[in-house]
Design a protein around this ligand. Structure first.
Ligand code: PLP
Length: 446
């Protein structure tokens, strides 16, 4: 059978991202064959609802012919153009202008990467260059947040605070520091105000301990995604932004997941009216149809780097920076968001939250949280003690498998958290099915 031979070839040759080299191969890959809207079909012909939009990226949903056409037309006309040697092409120029127009505040300058990890990595290099240009090269220490995820490049993986990305790789480096996550469900502090004050105090104490003249930047996700969809209290990100201004360190918002309608508005930073010094995006930028990421840079960072470099080239860039095909796709995806998908996502997100809230009485549901089309259930065996599911349940694989058997793809985190990030195009019925199928998995797990 075709599927069996694919499974065997996969086992022999394909190294999967963030997967057990042994365990994954033993189980055998599940082969996806096609997709439309919010539904994917596997190689056996079974249809599933994709409650996680691939890897929280297919925000627009699958199968938009206009996106396919935009890519095909660009490939026919000009499949590649470098941005080196002062050259350029129409689609990335138009995309940069469109993004700058929509970005918060003065994030007017866009550097295109291939995805989120290299967008973050690029900001690390831009931050260092910025401080050199300002005559403060000693500012080489970076701070991020426990439970945070900022990609898995050799530098970004150390800003990431998840053990699996560190063990055996020799990161984090000594210049990469962390403060505690807000993680409201498991935070011993009770009120939002206390949690916010504690995070601000911890950031200030960390900067003081490192030496204020040595700290370069603070990195934060508006909602921590890979840490388990951890939503900060309202006002938290604004307070952290203000603290960074006070401390005179750069504030970098990592919107790789939260950007492009995932939480309601185009960018999550808009919700609290904050303007980062730099912002990273990827995923929803092209809705996963082709790879692309974008670093948004504020006027003052851009001008400082420009002045510092003078006529010299700033030595950072990739062959595929500002790829015209990716840019053509992103422009079309942006028009789909603005042509109704953002609006639909906001409505569907409210329905999703309502549906998941209706499961909060279930004996296994300890916490329901989220914003827009980004949500999670944290599963526990004892609600008072907030006891995590035992390892015997193997949340990451067994719960994923159970959901799959019910025709639902969700992210099943090892800590016993179900993560949801459905495409913004979901119908009411699809949202209701996501909730109903989740309930069926929970009932079976009791
Ligand atoms: N930053 C955040 C917040 C992410 O969630 C991710 C990926 O999930 C990344 C960076 C890395 O992006 P990519 O996987 O496209 O390299």
């Amino acid at each position: 059978m075709l599927t069996n031979s694919l499974i065997e070839m996969d086992r022999q040759h394909l190294i999967h991202p963030v997967s057990s080299f042994q365990g994954h191969a033993a189980r055998g890959v599940r082969v996806l064959a096609s997709a439309k809207g919010a539904r994917v079909t596997d190689a056996e012909g079974r249809e599933l609802i994709d409650g996680f939009a691939g890897l929280w990226c297919v925000n627009a949903g699958y199968g938009h012919e206009s996106v396919v056409e935009a890519a095909a037309e660009q490939m026919r006309k000009l499949p590649y153009a470098t941005g080196y040697f002062g050259l350029g092409s129409e689609a990335p120029i138009k995309l940069a202008a469109a993004l700058a127009e929509r970005a918060p505040g003065d994030l007017n300058h866009i550097y295109f990467s291939l995805g989120g990890s290299d967008a973050v990595d690029s900001t690390i290099r831009f931050v260092r260059y910025y401080w050199h240009a300002k005559g403060q090269p000693g500012r080489d220490q970076f701070i991020s947040v426990e439970e945070g995820y900022h990609g898995s490049t050799s530098m970004g993986a150390g800003l990431t605070a998840l053990a699996g990305f560190h063990e055996g790789f020799g990161v984090p480096y000594s210049w990469q520091h962390k403060i505690s996550s807000h993680y409201t469900y498991r935070n011993p502090l009770k009120s939002d105000a206390e949690i916010i004050a504690a995070s601000v105090a911890e950031l200030k104490a960390k900067v003081a301990a490192i030496g204020p003249e040595r700290v370069a930047a603070f990195y934060v996700e508006p909602i921590q995604g890979s840490g388990g969809v951890l939503v900060p209290p309202k006002g938290w990100i604004k307070a952290m932004r203000e603290a960074c201004r006070e401390l005179d360190i750069l504030f970098i918002a990592d919107e790789v997941i939260t950007g492009f309608g995932r939480t309601g508005p185009l960018f999550a930073c808009e919700e609290e009216g904050i303007v980062p010094d730099m912002m990273t995006t990827a995923k929803g930028l092209t809705s996963g149809y082709v790879p692309m990421g974008a670093v948004f840079m504020s006027d003052h960072v851009f001008e400082t780097i420009a002045e510092g470099a003078g006529a010299k080239a700033v030595g950072h860039g990739f062959t595929y920076s500002a790829h015209p095909v990716s840019a053509a796709v992103a422009l079309e995806v942006l028009s789909l968001y603005e042509g109704g998908l953002l609006e639909n996502g906001r409505k569907a997100g409210a329905r999703l939250m309502e549906g998941l809230q209706s499961l909060s009485d279930h004996p296994l549901v300890g916490d329901v949280r989220g914003r827009g089309m980004l949500a999670a259930l944290e599963l526990v065996t004892d609600k008072d003690k907030k006891t995590r599911l035992p390892a015997s349940v193997q949340p990451a694989t067994r719960l994923f498998d159970r959901a799959w058997d019910k025709g639902l793809i969700v992210r099943s985190f090892a800590q016993g958290i179900f993560g949801y990030a459905p495409p913004l195009c979901c119908t009411d019925d699809e949202i209701d099915q996501i909730v109903a199928r989740t309930k069926a998995v929970l009932d079976e797990t009791l």
